[in-house]
Design a protein around this ligand. Structure first.
Ligand SMILES: [Zn+2]
Length: 137
C-alpha cells in the first residue's frame, strides 16, 4: 500500500470521507486509501441519529467484530420501529443510546429491509446453493 502523510478521516457510520488530516509529526504515516476511523459521526449521520437509528448490514460471521464487514444495506428507522424490531429490552436500550446498530444479513433479510446490490447477489447465491444441495441429496 502506498504511504502518504495525508489521510482522510472516514465516517464510521456511512464510510464517506469526512475531513483531511495532515500528520504534523511526519512520522506516523497513513495508508493513502484507507480512511482513519473514529466514532464521531459526520454531519449527515449526526442528523440521522437525531431523527432515528441507523441500521447497517454486516456479514453474519463477522457481526461480533467491532468493525464488521459491511454488505451495503443502510437504513434509518424511527425509535418506534426499532422498538418493534428489537428484543430483549436491554439490547433495545443499548441501541437507543448508541443510535446505530449492525444487523447481520440473515436478520436483515428476515426483517425485509431494503437490500443493497451486494446483498441481492449474496441472497441469490445462497438460494442457489440450497437448491444445489437439495439436488445432490
Ligand atoms: Zn456519516
Amino acid at each position: 500500500m502506498e504511504k502518504s502523510y495525508v489521510g482522510m478521516t472516514q465516517c464510521f457510520f456511512c464510510q464517506k470521507a469526512k475531513d483531511i488530516i495532515i500528520d504534523t509529526h511526519l512520522r506516523k504515516r497513513f495508508d493513502r486509501y484507507v480512511g482513519v476511523m473514529n466514532m464521531e459521526p459526520c454531519s449527515d449521520c449526526k442528523k440521522f441519529m437525531e431523527q432515528g437509528i441507523i441500521l447497517i448490514s454486516a456479514r453474519d460471521d463477522d457481526i461480533e467484530s467491532k468493525n464488521p464487514f459491511r454488505t451495503g444495506g443502510w437504513v434509518v428507522v424511527t425509535e418506534e420501529v426499532l422498538t418493534r424490531l428489537v428484543t430483549p429490552p436491554e439490547l433495545l436500550e443499548k441501541i437507543l443510546k448508541t443510535r446505530f446498530c449492525f444487523v447481520p444479513d440473515t436478520v436483515w433479510k428476515r426483517l425485509k429491509l431494503p437490500r443493497s446490490d451486494y446483498q441481492k447477489e449474496l441472497f441469490r447465491q445462497q438460494r442457489q446453493e440450497k437448491r444445489n444441495a437439495r439436488k445432490n441429496d
